[in-house]
Design a protein around this ligand. Structure first.
Ligand code: FE2
Ligand code: FE2
Length: 137
């Protein structure tokens, strides 16, 4: 279970400052959520973090997908499908629990940590070369 704080590492970098910063921000928010769970916070507070996280995810996917289009990235279709899969899995998780419950928050952290690390290491790394070739850094 991935329910320990997650720590940013240079191996996660995609060589683009804007995107690395977004990924780092996601690490931070996941850790914030974990901290909130561990300190028995209110459902209101959990709700704020969860809503923020979901909005940020939408913004982040849009950033990556904007560059796919701009650079005519050959892996775009496959990558966008991965983002969609993520959204679908999140929906399934949302239906399992009351959305701002501790149970939901806990499962969300677990799900996000596993997904984020996996996605960063495998899927996001694939556009590194293409983005670099287009001078993005
Ligand atoms: Fe991605
Ligand atoms: Fe990403």
């Amino acid at each position: 279970m991935g329910t320990q704080k997650i720590v940013w590492d240079e191996k996660y970098s995609v060589g683009v400052e804007e995107i690395d910063n977004q990924h780092k921000r996601m690490f931070e928010v996941i850790n914030e959520l974990l901290e909130a769970i561990n300190t028995n916070t209110t459902e209101d507070h959990l709700g704020n973090i969860i809503d923020g996280l979901i909005k940020y995810k939408v913004f982040h996917f849009a950033t990556e997908e904007k560059y796919f289009k701009q650079f005519n990235y050959e892996g775009a279709e496959e990558h966008i499908l991965k983002h969609k899969e993520f959204n679908d899995n999140l929906m399934v998780l949302k239906d399992k629990y009351p959305i701002y419950s501790v149970e939901f928050a806990f499962e969300l952290v677990d799900f996000l940590e596993d997904w984020l690390i996996d996605h960063l290491m495998i899927v996001d790394q694939k556009y590194k070369k293409c983005f670099a070739e287009h001078g993005l850094k």
